[in-house]
Design a protein around this ligand. Structure first.
Ligand SMILES: [Zn+2]
Length: 366
């Protein structure tokens, strides 16, 4: 029996290390493969620390490439680990199996790759029909969405320096919904990229960007913008034109200030600014009426910014590792505040203020 399992494993997952096949269930339409990861632990995706402290586990059912005309679904038990690094922002994380799964992915990496190949050859409805013929049930929008999400890690080109010939073509993708250019070596944002009137998700994180063009403000349909992990010292003032923005990520840059125009982002719910060099926030931040979450960890703030005082929907305020000495008296008046993290500052004790926050049900870390 064990020999059979090893054989199955080698046949089903020839290029995936660290998985074991537990059982195989074949019926007329579906093949279900029970799989588990065999590593003793996993590395935290945020800080890289290895952990073997299992916090829990649950089942995932990613669709896999079909076999003999049958759909294949994996029944994969994944573990959630506790990150042992006390200064890491991720308390727990879920293991991913290299070459097989990705975070929140409903399909295995090889099925994703197959579908995007189909999508590159046959767009839209034709692509979805072709996938169904092959035994993969997908809706019409899935195939083009997977193509939109290219390039994937295994799929060159990396960076504009080698793909300048594709630049003018980008502007023709008038209906592009998502553009993920994260983890490349982009040193600048090409102008063509700012001519995508319907793009809602733009990922430019983990590149080499030192500045952004003012034309970026033309992307007025954007809802999610990720600029994290670059070398930006400022954001263009035209960012205030992206009035539909719900989430702005600009952590791990070199920002020393934010533009005043940020206050025009009235839909903004999440603002991620960890790991910059901010010493203050513009007054206009007080106009961000929808803001729920602000991450200001690892900046150089000498005070809790006054502009936060009027944010009636703010739930999470993270001020870890700044230069705070005192706490303002208005903190307990933030009506929605649920979590306040003040660790790694130099704050004088303020027991009355903390009592008031605790009475209101706000969790405070000092
Ligand atoms: Zn961690």
């Amino acid at each position: 029996m064990d020999d059979l399992k090893v054989w199955l494993q080698n046949m089903l997952f020839p290029s995936v290390a660290d998985v074991v096949v537990l059982s195989l269930d074949v019926n007329i339409a579906i093949v279900r493969v029970d799989v588990r990861c065999t590593t003793a632990g996993a590395s935290c995706p945020l800080c890289g620390t290895w952990s073997d402290r299992v916090h829990g586990s649950y089942l995932r059912f990613p669709a896999d490439v079909p076999s003999g005309g049958r759909s294949v679904v994996l029944r994969l038990r994944v573990r959630r680990f506790t990150c042992p690094n006390a200064s890491c922002g991720r308390q727990t994380f879920v293991e991913q199996i290299s070459g097989l799964t990705r975070r929140h992915g409903q399909r295995t990496e090889r099925l994703r790759s197959t579908l995007s190949d189909i999508g590159l050859a046959l767009a839209g409805r034709a692509g979805a029909r072709m996938a169904r013929v092959l035994g993969v049930g997908v809706c019409r929008s899935t195939v083009p969405r997977l193509v939109d999400a290219l390039p994937e890690p295994s799929r060159p080109p990396r960076g504009w320096s080698v793909s300048t010939s594709t630049r003018p073509q980008i502007a023709r993708l008038r209906h592009l919904h998502t553009l993920d250019l994260g983890h490349n070596e982009l040193a600048s944002v090409p102008d063509e990229l700012t001519e995508l009137p319907l793009t809602k998700y733009l990922y430019l994180h983990d590149n080499q960007l030192k500045e952004l063009p003012r034309s970026l403000g033309r992307l007025t349909a954007l809802r999610h913008l990720n600029l994290g992990g670059n070398h930006l010292t400022s954001l263009p003032d035209t960012i205030g034109k992206m009035i539909g923005l719900v989430e702005l990520r600009a952590g791990h840059n070199r920002l020393i200030a934010l533009p005043e125009s940020i206050g025009r982002l009235h839909q903004l719910r999440e603002l991620w600014l960890r790991g910059n060099a901010l010493t203050c926030l513009p007054e206009s931040v007080s106009d961000l009426a929808e803001l729920r979450h602000i991450d200001l960890r690892e900046n150089a703030l000498p005070d809790v910014p006054e502009a936060l005082a009027g944010l009636s929907r703010l739930r999470h305020l993270d001020l870890r590792s700044n230069r705070l000495h005192t706490l303002p008296s208005w903190l307990p008046e933030l009506p929605s505040l649920e979590k306040l993290d003040l660790r790694w500052n130099n704050i004088e004790p303020a027991p009355r203020l903390l009592d008031l926050l605790a009475q209101r049900g706000c969790i405070v870390w000092m």
